[in-house]
Design a protein around this ligand. Structure first.
Ligand SMILES: [Fe+2]
Length: 345
C-alpha cells in the first residue's frame, strides 16, 4: 500500500499488507514507528534529477544518503520523468519524459549510482500522464525497456498512469499490454482517476480505484510474476474513514480469486455434438430414425447416453474411417460402428 498516515499510526493495517511505499517526507514521520515485522518499506522517489546532468545527480544522491538508513528499506522506486525544470515540472509537478539519448544515458547513470550507493533493488515507474500521440507512448515504453535491460532494474507499472496517458492520447489502454515486459514487473500501482474541467484525465490518490484501472488489471494479472506487489495507492486519511481502502482490498482479492480459478469454457458443446451426430447417424444408418419411432424410443437421448458412455470409458470416436490406426484399435472406433455395437449391447 501507499503510505497512509491514518493507517500507519492507528496500527490498523490489513494483515495482508507486505510493503509500504513512501517518500522522504513520510519516512521522516514514520522513522520512530514500530511496524509489523512482515511489512517492508520501499523508498519511493517521484521527483528526482533522474534525467538531469551527472553533477546534479551526485549532489542529490549525497543528500539522500545523509537522511536515510538503507537498512530501513527493501527497495527503491523511481518515477521516470523528464528534467524537473521542463513543462509543469517547473511548478513542482512531475515532468513529462520525452526520451533523448542524453536523458536516457542520464537515467541509466542515475540507476547505476543508486544501485552502487544503496545496494538495494531499484524499480522504475512509468510516470507520463499527458502524452500527445502514439509515437510518444511508444518511445516512452521502448526507453523504459532499454533502461531496464541495461541496468537490470525491475518495473513498477502504474495502471492508472496507463489509463490516463493513453486516454489523453486517444489510444486504447489495452495496447499497453503489448508494450510492457510483464515478466520484469516487481510492483503494480492502482489508484483513482479524475477528469479535469478541460476533459483531461489526472491521477488521484484520494479516490477509490477507477473501474478502467480494475479492467486493465484483470487483463494483465496472469502475466505478472508470482509475488508481484499490488499497491493500492490510497494515501489520503479520509479514505480510511470512508471505508474505501477496505472495499478496494476486498475487491482486489475477489478479482484475484476469480482470475485464479481454472478457466471454464462458456460454450456448451455437448448439444452441438449430439445434434451433429443425429444428422450423421441418420445418414450413415438408413432406417435408424424409423426404427426408433416404431419402438417409441428417443434417438436423441440414446445418442446422448452413447456419448456419455464413450466419455466415461475413454473411448475416442472417429468420424472419418481413415483416421483409424491399428495401434489405437482398442480405444478409437469409427463412430457408426461403435454406435451400432453400443445399441446391440
Ligand atoms: Fe504510481
Amino acid at each position: 500500500m501507499g503510505y497512509n498516515p491514518e493507517l500507519v499510526f492507528s496500527g490498523n493495517i490489513d494483515f495482508r499488507v507486505r510493503l509500504i511505499e513512501l517518500g522522504l517526507f513520510e519516512y521522516s514521520k514514520i522513522k520512530q514507528k514500530e511496524l509489523p515485522k512482515s511489512i517492508s518499506l520501499s523508498l519511493h522517489l517521484a521527483r528526482t534529477p533522474i534525467t538531469e546532468d551527472l553533477k546534479i545527480q551526485a549532489e542529490y544522491l549525497d543528500k539522500i544518503e545523509k537522511v536515510i538508513n538503507t537498512r530501513d528499506f527493501s527497495s527503491i522506486g523511481l518515477h521516470l520523468t523528464g528534467p524537473r525544470h521542463l513543462g509543469i515540472g517547473q511548478y513542482g509537478f512531475s515532468s513529462h519524459y520525452l526520451p533523448t539519448e542524453e536523458q536516457e544515458n542520464n537515467a541509466i547513470n542515475f540507476i547505476f549510482e543508486l544501485q552502487k550507493k544503496f545496494k538495494l533493488p531499484v524499480w522504475i515507474e512509468n510516470a507520463n500522464f499527458y502524452s500527445s500521440n502514439f509515437n510518444e507512448i511508444i518511445s516512452e515504453y521502448a526507453s523504459i525497456e532499454k533502461i531496464t535491460k541495461i541496468t537490470g532494474c525491475e518495473l513498477i507499472v502504474d495502471l492508472s498512469h496507463i489509463i490516463i496517458s493513453f486516454a489523453n492520447a486517444k489510444i486504447p489502454a489495452a495496447v499497453a499490454i503489448k508494450l510492457i515486459n510483464w515478466s520484469n514487473v516487481a510492483e503494480i500501482h492502482l489508484s483513482g482517476v479524475i477528469k479535469g474541467t478541460d476533459g483531461v484525465l489526472h491521477d488521484c490518490h484520494s479516490a477509490k480505484v477507477d473501474t478502467r484501472v480494475w479492467d486493465l488489471f484483470k487483463q494483465i494479472y496472469l502475466l505478472l510474476p508470482k509475488n508481484t506487489f499490488i499497491n493500492l495507492e490510497h494515501t489520503d486519511s479520509a479514505l480510511v474513514k470512508a471505508n474505501v481502502i477496505d472495499e478496494d482490498i476486498a475487491r482486489l482479492y475477489t478479482i484475484i480469486d476469480e482470475l485464479q480459478l481454472p478457466t471454464h469454457s462458456h460454450y456448451d458443446l455437448n448439444k452441438y455434438v449430439t445434434s451433429h451426430y443425429m444428422k450423421l447417424l441418420k445418414k450413415w444408418i438408413p432406417g435408424l430414425e424409423e426404427a426408433f419411432s416404431e419402438d417409441n424410443l428417443d434417438l436423441q437421448s440414446e445418442i446422448q447416453d452413447w456419448l456419455n458412455f464413450c466419455k466415461y470409458n475413454n473411448i475416442c470416436l472417429a468420424i472419418d474411417e481413415f483416421e483409424l490406426l491399428l495401434s489405437e484399435k482398442n480405444h478409437v472406433y469409427f463412430a457408426p460402428d461403435h454406435f451400432l455395437k453400443y445399441l446391440k449391447r
